[in-house]
Design a protein around this ligand. Structure first.
Ligand SMILES: [Zn+2]
Length: 494
């Protein structure tokens, strides 16, 4: 997460501040130099593809023969409905059968049977916006230390959206080898940016369109499934990234800055990261000159209407990441944010890092009301996009300050509902929509035969009250059972 570049940076004091904040430690750190150097070296030699460790490949290891969840109410993520009195049978890591409890048929005698009458079962949640290296590296935390927090929150899959490739891949490999405590991890390119990159640690300068094919080829070798365009990328490069990415079957997303939203959409981008990648392009010129305009923007203006219509028409997915805007950027001075009980689940080193950030950001109490209203505008735009038919993704930008791994996704869903989305739409964003953003609809995001057995058992109905998504009893990741309390014990508190 950072600001947008160019004219936005010059125009907007807040964005300058955020830029400073993001680059704060950004300041160059010698040891980080090693990573791009190593990366570059490997790329040069990387003639043959690296072995795949796909997060959806058939996992090895001790799995129960068969598990039956009998008589629960399950969330049909395609239709956005709860369906009562259903039974699910899975074997190994795959769902074999789903149907009404009555007349379900023979239960395999060796199966472990759970009576889940009165319980609610949703597909494993997916966080569409995670960085496994960036902040953690700054806070001296290895990614594996926080991975159990995701599973404990019912998040069985995460999409990295921009990190250095080598450590990212090592963390993903660890996660795949420890499926009992870690989510599935999908990899991304570094942040593809101008020169110099905004984030020197996880950015990658690409200024020549002719250099794009070789870069994309290397990303494929590294196992990335998403390419992330960042704020300094120019259109000529961005367009080529989209073309090459699509040619190689990758998804292309963008935290836009210089490359304007309407251009990126016309060029075929798949997703936009952060509500800013929409918001920043729908402010009329004359409004830009008025103070606090972000807190009072009228979305009935023609720029907004046009962009929203194009996004809907082209089915471009938008990942608002409200969690990072509220918790890190706009309202980190609220006790309800900086003392949120979810934060206490993270290692102390990470929490100290967040506190240090808050001290440096030093938000002025006098601007709090304007900041609150600005955040409400981000929620309002999210709801407008949803109502216009734009596919909404659920992402967080964890572990940016006060955006705790896993649990911030639950906060994101709560913020969607506060914004006016129905709880079922919030759940769809985190399941079937996010699966589509990963091109994994055939494996993830819904409870159907043939899908991976990634499931969350809740003790109350989240479509009645989204807060019930926190009432997690058990989590299955590829058929392996986990319990939040036990999973959290694996997270170091120091
Ligand atoms: Zn991010």
């Amino acid at each position: 997460m950072t600001e947008s570049t160019g004219e936005h940076r010059k125009r907007c004091i807040r964005e300058r501040r955020i830029f400073y904040i993001h680059s704060r430690f950004g300041g160059f750190r010698g040891r980080l130099l090693l990573i791009p150097l190593l990366f570059g070296g490997l790329l040069v030699q990387g003639a043959k593809p690296l072995p795949a460790d796909s997060p959806t490949s058939k996992s090895k290891g001790p799995f129960p023969n068969a598990v039956v969840l009998q008589g629960g109410t399950i969330f049909d993520s395609r239709r956005g409905l709860m369906v009562s009195d259903q039974t699910i049978l899975f074997r190994g890591d795959r769902i074999e059968k789903v149907g009404p409890r009555q007349g379900f048929g023979k239960i395999p005698p060796e199966a472990r049977v759970f009576d889940v009458r009165g319980k609610f079962i949703i597909p494993g949640l997916i966080d569409a916006h995670v960085h496994l290296v960036h902040q953690l590296d700054d806070a001296h935390i290895t990614g594996d230390e926080v991975l159990p927090m995701f599973l404990a929150a019912g998040v069985t899959t995460i999409r990295d959206v921009g990190d250095t490739v080598v450590p990212q891949r090592l963390i993903a490999r660890y996660a795949e080898a420890h499926s009992e405590s870690c989510p599935r991890v999908f990899l991304c390119s570094p942040l593809i940016d101008g020169a110099p990159p905004i984030h020197r640690d996880i950015g990658w300068s690409l200024t020549d369109p002719e250099a794009v094919p070789a870069f994309v080829e290397d990303m494929v070798k590294w196992g990335a499934t998403t390419l992330k365009i960042y704020a300094g990328t120019q259109r000529t490069v961005g367009r080529r990234i989209i073309e090459e990415g699509h040619r190689r079957g990758l998804m292309v997303t963008g935290h836009l800055g210089r490359y304007r939203a309407e251009d990126a959409v016309a060029d075929g981008i798949d997703c936009l990261e952060h509500i800013w990648s929409v918001f920043n392009y729908i402010i009329p010129e004359e409004v830009l000159r008025t103070p606090d305009h972000r807190a009072s923007l009228d979305f009935a203006n023609p720029l907004a209407r046009n962009l929203i219509a194009i996004l809907a028409q082209r089915r471009v997915m938008v990942d608002p990441t409200l969690a990072v805007f509220r918790n890190m950027i706009l309202l980190n001075d609220l006790e309800s944010v900086n003392q949120h009980p979810d934060n206490a689940l993270a290692p102390a080193r990470l929490r100290q890092h967040w506190e240090e950030y808050r001290r440096r950001a030093h938000l002025d109490p006098a601007t709090r009301e304007v900041r609150r209203r600005e955040f409400l505008k981000y929620q309002e735009l999210t709801a407008l996009l949803y109502r216009a038919g734009v596919p909404i993704l659920a992402g967080t930008d964890t572990p940016e300050p006060y955006v705790p791994p896993g649990f911030s996704l639950l906060q994101e869903l709560e913020m969607f509902v506060e914004a006016g989305l129905p709880p079922s739409a919030a759940l769809q964003a985190a399941t079937i929509n996010n699966a589509a953003a990963l091109k994994q609809e055939s494996q993830l995001g819904c409870i159907e035969p043939g899908k991976l057995a990634d499931l969350v058992i809740l003790s109350a109905d989240p479509t009645v009250d989204i807060h019930n998504v926190r009432r997690i009893e058990k989590v299955f990741r590829g058929g392996r059972i986990g319990e939040p309390r036990e999973l959290l014990k694996r997270v170091p508190l120091h």
